[in-house]
Design a protein around this ligand. Structure first.
Ligand code: GDP
Ligand code: GDP
Ligand code: MG
Length: 333
């Protein structure tokens, strides 16, 4: 290679890094975000939540103290969770005590405001632009880890990113096959070993390959595990530590996947996992087809961890960046 080519390569490489840096500043899926799709994805939650509220306040021109008990029950049965519901009800009580009563449209506005103020927004930071960005996906069985990885890989690929998947769920042969299918569907590279091999070793290989091939994003699948299985939780730490041997900061994002349709169980899993291991972000799946979408509000309020993505279907495009305002707007409009 001549000097000229070397310089050209170097420039190209730098340009790539700079572009990556720019893109990575806005890893949000907002470009992909379609309010209508989200609205239809949470249709069941919406109709159940507001159906109940509407029935409670039907025929009333004002809401008073006695209605608040009913509203409290509705919030709790919408899977918002007890702690978060109490915060909302306290605010409503304050307001009713002050104004003596509020009308039903004020009630809606108040609910919306309070819910919005309790939820945390996602603020991406700490992305090292010089090395592959490593996402390690964890959670219990069947919550949608592998599917979410497929969708995420597709999203990044469409953004022009070089994506590598790591099949570190070596527990079942079918798990590797499932991720292979996604990699073919999306058209991204996958690193795998035989079933039963050491997941830490798969993770190591994946990150090493991603690094030497100058990939932008690495997504590591892991076997479903329960927080109370000490050995499996220890295995997670081992996988994490091995990654750090190749890229010091890896994994940059330990993403906990939770199934929204399990309602309070999802909140419980979030509690247990965050106590047992490092969790940087949450993806909430299966919001379509469940009336328990209020769980997003509870999780967003109770954990200092951002809900980054929501899944609203099994399709490749059914993953959206979570934005609290979009979500609450979809819920209330
Ligand atoms: P894993 O065991 O955590 O890897 O879960 P999988 O990715 O294998 O998903 C388990 C099942 O949930 C599969 O049938 C998926 O198609 C389905 N699934 C995943 N995400 C969603 C979602 O957002 N909506 C719906 N309706 N189904 C989903
Ligand atoms: P150990 O297996 O208990 O000694 O734990 P380690 O943290 O040393 O490694 C965990 C796994 O990651 C190992 O079993 C290897 O499969 C893999 N691993 C760690 N370091 C390397 C390495 O330098 N090269 C390769 N290929 N794999 C490694
Ligand atoms: Mg899986």
């Amino acid at each position: 290679m001549g000097v000229f080519d070397k310089v050209k390569n170097l420039l190209n490489k730098n340009e790539k890094k700079i572009n990556t840096a720019l893109d990575k500043d806005q890893v949000s899926i907002s470009s992909n975000l379609n309010k209508q799709i989200i609205a239809s994805g949470i249709e069941k939650t919406k109709s159940s939540f507001f159906g109940k509220i509407a029935r409670t306040v039907a025929g009333k021109s004002t809401i008073d103290e006695s209605d608040l008990d009913d509203i409290e029950e509705i919030l709790i049965t919408s899977d918002i969770g007890v702690d978060t519901t109490l915060k909302i009800i306290n605010k409503l009580e304050e307001r009713v005590a002050k104004d003596k009563y509020i009308n039903t449209s004020e009630l809606n506005n108040l609910l919306k405001e309070e819910i919005l103020s309790l939820m945390h927004d996602f603020n991406e930071s700490n992305i090292n632009v010089n090395e592959p960005y490593v996402i390690m996906v964890v959670g219990v069985n069947g919550v949608g880890k592998t599917t979410t990885i497929g969708k995420l890989a597709n999203y990044y690929k469409n953004q022009g990113k070089k994506v590598v998947l790591g099949a570190a769920d070596t527990f079942r042969a079918a798990a590797v096959d499932q991720l292979v299918l996604w990699s073919e569907r999306v058209g991204v590279e996958i690193i795998k070993q035989d079933m039963g091999s050491d997941p830490a070793s798969v993770a190591f290989d994946t990150i090493q390959s991603a690094k030497s091939n100058d990939a932008d994003v690495v997504i590591i699948d892991t076997a479903g595990r329960l927080h109370n299985n000490v050995n499996l939780m220890r295995e997670l730490s081992k996988i994490r530590n091995v990654m750090g041997k190749v890229i010091k900061e890896a994994p940059h994002d330990v993403m906990l996947v939770l199934d929204a349709s399990t309602g309070q169980n999802a909140i419980e899993q979030a509690k247990q996992f965050t106590q047992a291991t490092k969790v940087d972000s949450i993806a909430l799946t299966k919001l379509d087809g469940t009336a328990k979408g209020g769980v997003v509000i509870g999780i967003s309020d109770q954990f200092k961890i951002p809900v980054k993505y929501i899944g609203v279907g099994e399709g490749i495009d059914d993953l959206h960046n979570f934005n609290k305002k979009e979500f609450v707007d979809s819920l209330f409009n």
